[in-house]
Design a protein around this ligand. Structure first.
Ligand code: HPA
Length: 271
């Protein structure tokens, strides 16, 4: 794995990726507004990067975009990899290892999630304060490479308090409603049954999705401060559950994208 990370890093450096300061991962239906804020951009297809997984989903564009946002050097993943696509956990989190090796100091994540908290509405945003991993695997399973991080990483504060506090202040200043809560991560790709939503809510989660947690586990392992915002794309009230509509989920995500972008662009300015 160490050798693979090195080869990906060398390739990206050869394409002009020069000491990025901040990494950004954009989730389902998200990212196209954010990338309009990137100046002097260099675009690299995932398929061209040695050892990167190939993006299989049509709505994930599968590009790494390097450039400047608010005077900072930012490396953005437009589209991410999911466990349900069939990759190993190590493979889907490989880009975080590569971004860390390139020098990023912070990781900003977004995702689309189903909302189980009845006091919130779809289209709103939720800052992830904590998570519950319901996937059957960890990206850290197997031999630990001590140069990448410790065998038993602490997870008492998986999301950076510094970044989260800044985001709350920015959201208040911009009058953007930013709920705060717990994200549960499932394998997917099927959505949940009513009984599963009921269960996931009862164990303490507000929203549920199929990503982010493996990336956050690896960021914590690597000592990389991170934050994540969910766009609440569908209402998952087990007592009034409508059939899932993926096209609508993507549409709700893209409508909420302006708010999410405002928060992240301002956060990048301020760190
Ligand atoms: N469940 C899991 N993942 C999701 C959902 C959901 O209801 N909505 C958007 N991503």
């Amino acid at each position: 794995m160490i050798q693979q990370i090195r080869e990906s890093v060398e390739y990206l450096k050869s394409k002009g990726v020069d000491r990025p300061e901040i990494g950004v991962i954009q989730g389902t239906g998200l990212g196209s507004v954010f990338i309009q804020h990137i100046k002097h951009s260099i675009i690299i297809n995932y398929n061209d990067i040695p050892h990167f997984p190939d993006s299989t989903l049509g709505f994930h564009k599968g590009k790494l975009i390097y450039g400047e946002v608010g005077g900072k050097k930012v490396l953005t993943m437009q589209g991410r990899f999911h466990y349900y696509e069939g990759y190993s956990m190590q493979k889907i989190t490989m880009p975080i290892r590569v971004m860390k090796a390139l020098g990023i100091k912070y990781l900003l994540i977004s995702n689309a999630a189903g909302n189980m908290n009845l006091s919130w509405k779809k289209g709103e945003l939720m800052l992830i304060d904590d998570h519950i991993n319901l996937q059957p695997d960890s990206p850290l399973r197997g031999i630990n490479h001590d140069e990448l991080g410790p065998r038993f990483p602490d997870m008492s504060q998986p999301y950076s308090q510094l970044l989260n506090e800044k985001l709350k202040v920015i959201a208040a200043e911009k009058s953007i409603k930013l709920n705060v809560g717990v994200y549960a991560c499932v394998t997917g790709p099927n959505l949940e049954t009513r009984a599963e939503y009921r269960y996931i809510r009862r164990i303490g989660a507000d929203v549920v999705g199929m990503s982010t947690v493996p990336e956050v586990v690896v960021a914590n392992h690597a000592g990389l401060p991170c934050c994540a915002i969910s766009v609440l794309t569908d209402d998952c009230d087990p007592d009034n559950l409508q059939p899932a509509n993926i096209a609508e989920i993507i549409e709700v995500a893209s409508k909420a994208e302006n708010k999410l972008t405002e928060l992240y662009v301002e956060l990048i300015h301020s760190i």
